[in-house]
Structures are given as C-alpha cells and as structure tokens.
Design a protein around this ligand. Structure first.
Ligand code: ZN
Length: 236
C-alpha cells in the first residue's frame, strides 16, 4: 500500500491541508482495506475545514465545491495514517485506525431518495476512489451494514458509509448511489490516467495564500454538523 501524500488522483490535482491524524494504521487496515464515505452536510470546503479544526475530526480527503465554486480535492492525512472522522468507543471494534481512507464529500445528502453528486464533482470523487483502489487496494464495493454490525465491519474490505460504521450514530451519506460512483471509477481503468507521485511529506507550498486566508477565516466560522458527533473520535 502506498503511503504519504498524493500529488494527483487520476488526472485531478490533490491539494494538501494537513490536520491532526489518529496515528499509524493498525494491521487490520491492510488485511481488509476499507474506506468510509461521508457527506459534510454543509455547502463549502471552507465550512468543512472550520468544522475539522473545531472538532479535531478531519477525514483523509475532502472533495467538493469551495466558496468560489471551484471543485477541490484536498488531502488532510497521509496515506498510512488514520483519519479521525468517525467515533471510536473504548472496547468493541476499532474504527478510524483500521480504515485506510475517509472521504468527506461536500454537500447535504437528501432524505428519502437515491442521489449522487453532480457531474463536476462526481468525476473527481470517482477519481479518488479509483486512486485508492490502485494505490491502497480498497475494493470498489459498498458494504451495506444497516445494523452497524461489528462482525460485518471486521470481515469485509470495501466502502462503508458513515451510516454503516459500528459505534456511530450518523446517517450520512444516506442513499448515495455507490454503484454509479464505482462505474465512473472503473471507467478510469479503460484510459488509465498517469500514475501519481506519492510524497512522504505534504508539498512545501501546501498553504497557498488563498488557503491561508481561508483557514484564518475558518476559525471564526461556526462548526457545521458533521463527523464524529458530540464526542469526537479518539479523544480522552
Ligand atoms: Zn460522517
């Protein structure tokens, strides 16, 4: 499994905005490569970054529109280390630290109907899935786990929604059409994009001036409702 910071996911550049992580992955992450899909339940990248900062609950990647309606892929945690975007309770199963990657998709998941992001976001999201399949072996399959069974969680590789993760109560990303995301990801295999460079460290210019300003503003923005609930993962 590749470790570190991706320069690209398929043809799409990946920006780096590091956040606190949950330490190195445990061995089961390599035995059963898993990903967790979230929705931020907000409308911009900037709002999501403010919430990660306030709650110490950053995912591995954020994908979606920023406040200028530019679609961004941002990596927050190096591959090989664990994100902090789901709850993990004492005892029971491990959650964050056996999950190779967690993606926060910027947007509000609709209630009561199947959905997928619009095409300008679907393509880069699928490229991240494709890249994580090639680089980390996360299979392009959704593991539905509506009862949040620890046994199902422990036995399968593939993509879980936050709603499928044991010890968690959030319901995002609701009825995301995973099959359409996977189909789009498989399409990248027909015309393989160039392989990405993987860096041991975030790129030096990780905080471009615009991002620095954005983070400064983000501190003053109230946290959006997302990720680890009232109790952030791995705290205390
Ligand atoms: Zn979530």
């Amino acid at each position: 499994m590749q470790k570190g910071w991706l320069s690209h996911a398929g043809v799409y550049p990946v920006d780096h905005v590091p956040f606190e992580d949950a330490g190195p992955l445990l061995p089961d992450a390599y035995a059963h490569p898993r990903g967790i899909q979230h929705t931020t339940e907000g409308s911009t990248v900037e709002g999501a970054l403010a919430a990660y900062r306030a709650r110490r609950c950053a995912p591995t990647f954020t994908v979606g529109y920023d406040a200028k309606r530019k679609v961004r892929i941002i990596q927050h945690v190096p591959l090989g280390n664990a994100a902090r975007a789901v709850e993990n309770h004492p005892g029971g199963v491990e959650t964050n630290r056996v999950t190779v990657a967690q993606i926060e998709l910027v947007g509000i998941s609709p209630v009561g109907r199947a959905w997928q992001p619009d095409d300008p976001v679907l393509a880069p999201l699928a490229a991240v899935y494709w890249q994580l399949w090639k680089s980390c072996g996360i299979p392009l399959a959704h593991i539905a786990n509506p009862l949040r069974s620890g046994d199902v969680w422990d036995a399968h590789a593939g993509w879980f929604g936050h709603a499928d993760v044991p010890e968690n109560a959030h319901v995002d990303p609701r009825d995301l059409r995973y099959a359409n995301v996977f189909a789009r990801a498989h399409a990248f295999s027909i015309i393989p994009p160039r392989p990405p460079k993987v860096r041991p460290n975030p790129r030096p210019k990780m905080l471009a001036p615009g991002v620095a300003v954005m983070l400064l503003r983000a501190r003053k923005t109230p946290a959006a409702a997302l990720c680890g609930g009232a109790r952030p993962s791995l705290l205390a």
